[in-house]
Structure formats: structure tokens, C-alpha cells
Design a protein around this ligand. Structure first.
Ligand SMILES: NC(=O)C1=CN([C@@H]2O[C@H](COP(=O)(O)OP(=O)(O)OC[C@H]3O[C@@H](n4cnc5c(N)ncnc54)[C@H](OP(=O)(O)O)[C@@H]3O)[C@@H](O)[C@H]2O)C=CC1
Ligand SMILES: O=C(O)C1=N[C@H](C(=O)O)C[C@H](O)C1
Length: 242
């Protein structure tokens, strides 16, 4: 049994994780939210999960590192500087960052990579996502993760090949672009489609989250898996053996 500390504990994901911990094999080591010191929970935990906000990342990583506990980062909307901080923290503790902790999306990323590798560059790739009205970042972390999988398979840099936020007289689609479109509304937990559009045919690979329990279960499983691992960066593929 592992003691899992929750950063962002009063948020939608924090509450979903607490529910999983209340009924599962691991226990909750406590939680913190904005205005509280993450060191308070890091000192009592075997592993931390962070579903808060990008501006909290540096302090959360520092607390995990001081306490010598692994940390799973589920927070999305991360910029290059956040990824540099994750790399630095991973010199001292095990760190797993992912835009989606679910089994289904982890497998979907695998399938997207496979499809993108097999289909030639003449197949256009578009990533479409829909989330609840409260979501603050776009494209979603999952959309970016799926885009990365496609870019990696094509051997290109995602940032240099992204097309998003199309509006107005913007000209034709750039050759080799990976497009992103984000919809927001209602209470949608998470819908993602990756469309491969070729000549007179399309392939769509998709995932629907029916509620947040899939993310919460994956987060707990990932955090528990990190305990005892050597310092470094890990992925959900590592956790699930995909
Ligand atoms: N990787 C994955 O599988 C998933 C990732 N996510 C991501 O997780 C994040 C949280 O999502 P969600 O739970 O829906 O969002 P919420 O806004 O419901 O929850 C975020 C929580 O974090 C708290 N928080 C904000 N800033 C800080 C801080 N500096 N230190 C500690 N706590 C802080 C908030 O407190 P307050 O309200 O007081 O600001 C709030 O309680 C998002 O980035 C989302 O995209 C979501 C689902 C799955
Ligand atoms: O904010 C959310 O709700 C979600 N965020 C993650 C993302 O940005 O992809 C994961 C999931 O889709 C729900």
C-alpha cells in the first residue's frame, strides 16, 4: 500500500483521485491547494500527484525533490520552460508527466504513431478535441500528446509543423502540417479524434472519456508505479508496458 499525496486536491481531478484512493489499495497522504505549501504533503507521502496549474509546477517539483519522493504531473498547458524544469527535477527523483493518464489514450497514442508511420505524408493529420466549459488550456494536453506521437512517427518537429486556431482568410493547409481544433462546452470529460485525411478516404482514431475516474485510476497507478524507481523521466507507456 502506498501513500499518495494530492496537489490540487479540491479540484475536479483532485476529488476524483481522492475517491479512487478511498476505495482502492492505496491511501491518501493528504492534499494541498493554492495558498498551501506542497512540502506539507510531500513529507507524509510515498509519491505525489499534481493536477493543479502550470504556475505551481516549480514549487511542486522542488518540494518533491526535497522530500525525495516521486511525482506524477498531470497538469496541462505546460510551456518549454516547464519541460526544462521537469528534466532538471528528473535528475534527482522519478518524474512522470503526461497529458492523459488513461489506459485508453495511452494505447491510442501508440495506434496514432503506428498509423502515422505507415501512411505517407500525403495523408493530412488533424487532431480534434472537445472538453467541458471550465477547461482553461487549448489544445488539450492529450491533443498535443497525440500530435507528438504523429510527429515522432513522421520524424518531424511538432512545433514547426503545427496549424491551430484557423480563422479568416488564412490560405491553404501547409504541406505536412498537423492541425489542431478545440471545442469547449458543457460537461464533456474529454473527446479526442485523430483524423488521417487522404485522397477520397479518411481514417479516424478516437477516444471518449465517459468521466474522470479513468484519469484518476491511471494517476494512482502511475504514481504507485514510480515508487522505488531510479531518478528519471517516465511515461504512461512505461507504466502500462505498452
Ligand atoms: N493528465 C491527465 O490525465 C489529466 C489532466 N488534467 C489537467 O489537470 C489540471 C487540473 O484539472 P482540473 O482538476 O479539472 O482543474 P481544477 O481547476 O478543477 O483544479 C485545479 C486545482 O488546483 C488548485 N491549484 C491551482 N493553483 C495551485 C497552486 N499554485 N498550488 C496548489 N494548487 C493549486 C486549484 O485551486 P484554486 O481553485 O484555489 O485555484 C484547484 O483546486 C488541468 O491542467 C487539466 O488539464 C485533467 C484531467 C486529466
Ligand atoms: O482539463 C481536463 O478536463 C482534461 N485535461 C487533460 C488534457 O488537457 O488533455 C486530459 C483530459 O482530456 C481532461
Amino acid at each position: 500500500m502506498a501513500r499518495i499525496g494530492i496537489i490540487g486536491s479540491e479540484g475536479r481531478m483532485g476529488l476524483a483521485i481522492a475517491e479512487v484512493l478511498a476505495t482502492g489499495e492505496h491511501e491518501c497522504a493528504g492534499g494541498v491547494d493554492r495558498g498551501h505549501d506542497p512540502a506539507d504533503v510531500a513529507g507524509h507521502a510515498d509519491a505525489l500527484v499534481d493536477f493543479s496549474a502550470p504556475d505551481a509546477l516549480a514549487e511542486n517539483l522542488a518540494s518533491a525533490r526535497r522530500a525525495g519522493v516521486p511525482i506524477l504531473i498531470g497538469t496541462t498547458g505546460l510551456a518549454d520552460e516547464h519541460h526544462a524544469a521537469l528534466d532538471e527535477a528528473a535528475n534527482g527523483i522519478p518524474v512522470l508527466q503526461t497529458g492523459n493518464t488513461s489506459l485508453g489514450v495511452t494505447l491510442l497514442a501508440h495506434l496514432v504513431k503506428e498509423a502515422a508511420a505507415r501512411l505517407g505524408p500525403e495523408w493530412d493529420i488533424e487532431v480534434l478535441e472537445m472538453h467541458h466549459r471550465m477547461k482553461v488550456d487549448a489544445p488539450s494536453g492529450t491533443a498535443l500528446l497525440l500530435g507528438e506521437a504523429a510527429a515522432e512517427a513522421r520524424g518531424v518537429d511538432l512545433a514547426e509543423n503545427t496549424e491551430s486556431g484557423r480563422d479568416g482568410h488564412i490560405g491553404k493547409r501547409a504541406e505536412g502540417a498537423i492541425g489542431f481544433a478545440a471545442l469547449r462546452g458543457g460537461t464533456v470529460a474529454g473527446e479526442h479524434s485523430v483524423i488521417f485525411a487522404g485522397e477520397q478516404e479518411r481514417i479516424t482514431l478516437a477516444h471518449s472519456a465517459e468521466n474522470r475516474s479513468i484519469f484518476a485510476r491511471g494517476a494512482v497507478r502511475g504514481a504507485a508505479w514510480l515508487i522505488g524507481k531510479p531518478p528519471g523521466r517516465y511515461t504512461m507507456q512505461d507504466v502500462l508496458g505498452l
